[in-house]
Design a protein around this ligand. Sequence first.
Ligand code: APR
Length: 233
Amino acid sequence: MKVVVLTGAGISAESGLATFRDADGLWEGHHPEDVATPEAFAADRSLVQRFYDERRAGLGRVAPNAAHVALARLEETLGDDLFLVTQNIDDLHERGGSRRVHHMHGELGVAWCVACDRRTTWGGTLIDEPDCPSCGTAALRPDVVWFGEMPYGMDDIHRALFSCDLFVSIGTSGVVYPAAGFVDYAHAGGSRTLELNLERAANSDFHESRQGAATALVPAWVDEVIALHAARA
Ligand code: APR
């Protein structure tokens, strides 16, 4: 059985990371467009670098939760038949044990040099405008995809969506495209679709929708899939 799982900020909420669309509409005190656009970076580079530096440093204070760990367990069972794509820029899937993670919105733990186009694993800060380890130019930015930029790996994601048997969306509000449209691609490819979220998402056109906390819903669903897999083997 081929499964595509899409995750969003809701899967990391119980680890203590803020989601984007909380009641006040702010992301850690900022309007997303003030920190997550190329225009914002051009207008106030220090503000944006500091913002992502704080998020990067914050990763050390949080840990993966039962939902991340359950998806790693699912990967152990399904191997390459699980395609895990996340909108999250945190590293909690990897730290939960997942090995094949498609970060469509990039990663906090990577710096991108816009002078030489190299990517470097990055644990420190960028506010101090350090030199790129590859070319020596002080032109590093967080390797995160901002509004108006092209998400990563879309060809592979579309291929996976069109050829899967089941598409599962976890902890995402379904308002930001292209991820919000994945359910339509999955339907077009003939796959079954399932939503696991605290509340129904904006694009809730799924065959099945379960409401609740990710740490409860995801392990229970993973147990179901593993049992089904064992029964078919
Ligand atoms: N368990 C399950 N779902 C949860 C939980 C939880 N514990 N807590 C919150 N949620 C749900 C919320 O109900 C909401 O529907 O997670 C969703 C989070 O939505 P957003 O904050 O909009 O996050 P996301 O969908 O990942 O945002 C998409 O928008 O700002 C951009 O690039 C950014 O990747 C991000 C994209």
